[in-house]
Design a binder for this molecule. Structure first.
Ligand SMILES: CC(C)(COP(=O)(O)OP(=O)(O)OC[C@H]1O[C@@H](n2cnc3c(N)ncnc32)[C@H](O)[C@@H]1OP(=O)(O)O)[C@@H](O)C(=O)NCCC(=O)NCCS
Length: 171
């Protein structure tokens, strides 16, 4: 069943944090405890995205959020800062639907592409995004903003050898 999406409401931000924390559980199963235990995005970041219309949520039949994407502008592209699906609703195309929603938003804003950073080797990260049409950027293709985000992630303890930036054109 296709799930409807809309921008988040201001009173849904703690629920969105809960979804992000819940979506980290599969990382624990593959021994990536640091990632599983990372705190969710701060409420201030979610609030800024919500106000700017950059926090799409997929909702259930009762209009409750079950997944979200937080979009940022990085080097002129729609950057997916976080994509999380409640594990109770995983593998139903909701993540892919939100990525398409981000692309529609990017197109409406006149942006050429969406980007993200992720783990190359985690099955539901790099390989998943590749199936959704994202391509890994080479070091030479990295824009300054994306390079800065990757550096910040390494400073948080993420493995630099496994972090990649990916891009999907709007057209
Ligand atoms: C990545 C994520 C957003 C995908 O959302 P989703 O709605 O489950 O994905 P879709 O239904 O669009 O696609 C499902 C595909 O994703 C991959 N996938 C999802 N969960 C997976 C898992 N636990 N193990 C392996 N592959 C998985 C598979 O390719 C799956 O296809 P399949 O069911 O036909 O095998 C979701 O798994 C999630 O929230 N993960 C945790 C947070 C995260 O990693 N965010 C990205 C940080 S960069």
């Amino acid at each position: 069943m296709a799930h409807r999406s809309r921008n988040a409401r201001a009173d849904e931000l703690t629920e969105i944090q809960r979804i992000e924390v819940a979506s980290g559980a599969p990382f624990r199963e593959i021994g990536m405890h640091l990632v599983a235990d990372m705190p969710p995005l701060p409420l201030a970041a979610l609030a800024a995205g919500q106000r700017a219309g950059r926090l799409p949520v997929a909702v259930d039949a009762a209009d409750r959020p079950i997944a979200f994407a937080l979009v940022d502008l990085v080097d002129g592209a729609a950057h997916v800062q976080q994509l999380s699906v409640d594990p109770a609703y995983a593998r139903r195309g909701i993540g892919r639907g939100l990525l398409d929603e981000v692309t529609r938003w990017a197109a409406a804003e006149g942006l050429p592409a969406s980007t993200l950073t992720t783990f190359r080797s985690v099955p539901w990260n790099g390989p998943y995004y590749a199936r959704c049409g994202f391509r890994e950027l080479t070091a030479a293709e990295l824009t300054p903003g994306l390079a800065g985000l990757l550096a910040a992630e390494v400073a948080l303890g993420l493995d630099p050898a496994d972090r990649v930036a990916m891009r999907r054109p709007v057209a």
